[in-house]
Design a protein around this ligand. Structure first.
Ligand code: 5GP
Length: 211
């Protein structure tokens, strides 16, 4: 029987390079699926509905919450962000490792609801490098950059809640590190319950048969 995929959370300061890492994982390996979030934030230049996010308004977002259509949601810098439920459930059942690229409040909710999810925190090598990347991106105003750096200070307080921390210095190395962590996590007995039960039953069958 095919093993169910794992639910993995990738968080990190805004500007840590999560988006590029996720693209790399999806290109290199075929057993990952990326969950596309719903948000009330306005699209950035070049962002498309249904690709980077499902863009929506506050009213529709709150309606989706009421209908239990989200696995988790959070408010971040004045906007709602949430993970649609159906896609996550389908892809996991199909054996894919589902990536949630979400912030820390959402990550903590996921761990609470799905104790065998894997939480990975991505960080640049230094705060200096983080600031440089945010400025280089050029998509945000100085005020928004300042807001995101403030938020990074808050988020840095929560890193211990994650299972692993990965430093994104060299992109390819970082992609490999994440893949190895996921691969190892899939081998943990808590995530192989079906296989363990099957082999136990088979063994018991042998023993009974021999009596
Ligand atoms: P951005 O506006 O830069 O695209 O995203 C802001 C933050 O929201 C990032 O830390 C991103 O990981 C997080 N985020 C994106 N989608 C979701 C989601 O569905 N749920 C939660 N909790 N956070 C999200």
């Amino acid at each position: 029987m095919e093993q169910k995929g794992i639910l993995m959370v990738l968080s990190g300061f805004s500007g840590a390079g999560k988006g590029t890492l996720v693209k790399g994982l999806l290109q290199k390996y075929d057993n990952y699926a990326l969950s596309i979030s719903m948000t009330t934030r306005a699209p950035r230049e070049g962002e498309r509905h249904g690709v980077e996010y499902f863009f929506t308004d506050k009213e529709n977002f709150e309606e989706t919450i009421r209908q239990n259509g989200l696995v988790e949601y959070a408010s971040y810098c004045g906007n709602y962000y949430g993970t649609p439920r159906a896609y996550v459930e389908e892809q996991m059942a199909a054996g894919k490792n589902v990536i949630l690229e979400i912030e820390i409040q959402g990550a903590l909710k996921i761990k609470e609801k799905f104790p065998d999810s894997l939480l990975i925190f991505v960080t640049p090598p230094s705060a200096e490098e983080l600031k440089r990347r945010l400025e280089k991106r050029g998509t945000e105003s100085p005020e928004v950059i300042a807001q995101r750096l403030n938020r990074a200070v808050e988020e840095s307080e929560g890193i211990e809640a994650y299972d692993y921390i990965v430093v994104n210095d060299d992109l390819d190395t970082c992609i490999e590190e994440i893949h190895r962590l996921v691969d190892a996590a899939r081998r943990a007995p808590v995530r192989r319950e079906a296989f363990i039960n099957k082999i136990r039953e088979e063994l018991q069958g042998f023993v009974k048969g021999a009596k």
